[in-house]
Design a protein around this ligand. Structure first.
Ligand code: G3P
Length: 214
């Protein structure tokens, strides 16, 4: 499973990328706003660090506006993927962008039927928002399983990005379901390293090693 980092924080991206764990990055308007600074320079800086796909969200809500934004962002770097909201105007933009060779990530997806439509319209990636479904009492991971089934049944080329990940179990379940990609906040990736037995075990090995004659 590929790991994308779900952040626009350059320090976090550099840190985890240097460890070889970052296959791509996803951003959204909220993540960009959190960092402050110019949108374009943040995205260009991310693209200079990361070799893999970097998702940048279009904020227009009409097809023409989405197309224009997408064409602009696609010129910023070869690895730009344009995030398109799952609205009819966004879906209409998907086949046009596909035919122009611009990669898209359909975002704000909350059902398998929405994902099916996005896949048929030619999206490169589809992002089901798992945590936000859990928040309202739905089992978010269920739709990842449904989308994987649909993708397999019809051999869609779209890659599934499990998004809105809130904790390490979401990552584990994504991997067990065979999701293509999980986009992970840096705080969750940090927690995935933690196990008290690892810390205790290392402490004991190092203490015992002290007693060995060298
Ligand atoms: O990539 C989209 C995702 O970041 C949304 O996450 O935590 O705002 O639901 P969240």
């Amino acid at each position: 499973m590929k790991f994308f980092l779900d952040t626009a924080n350059l320090a976090d991206i550099k840190y985890w990328n240097d460890m070889g764990l970052v296959d791509g990055v996803t951003t959204n308007p909220s993540l960009i706003a959190k960092e402050g600074g110019s949108f374009k320079s943040i995205i260009r800086d991310i693209c200079a660090i990361v070799e893999g796909p970097v998702s940048v969200e279009a904020t227009s809500v009409d097809t023409q506006g989405i197309l224009e934004e997408a064409r602009t962002y696609a010129q910023w770097s070869d690895n730009i993927v344009v995030k398109v909201p799952f609205i009819k105007e966004g879906v209409s933009a998907l086949p046009v962008l596909r035919d122009e060779g611009i990669h898209t990530n359909t975002t704000l997806v909350f059902s398998a039927n929405q994902a099916l439509i996005a896949m048929k319209a030619g999206t490169s990636y589809v992002s089901p928002f798992i945590g936000r479904l859990d928040d309202i009492g739905h089992y978010g991971m269920e739709i990842v399983s449904e989308i994987n089934d649909i993708k397999r049944n019809y051999s869609f080329k779209t890659e599934v990005i499990v998004a809105s990940i809130r904790h390490s179990l979401h990552v584990l379940e994504s991997a067990r379901l065979g999701a293509d990609i999980a986009t992970i906040p840096a705080s969750v990736l940090e927690k995935m390293f933690k196990h008290p037995l690892t810390d205790n075990g290392l402490e004991r090995f190092l203490a015992d090693w002290e007693a060995v004659e060298k």
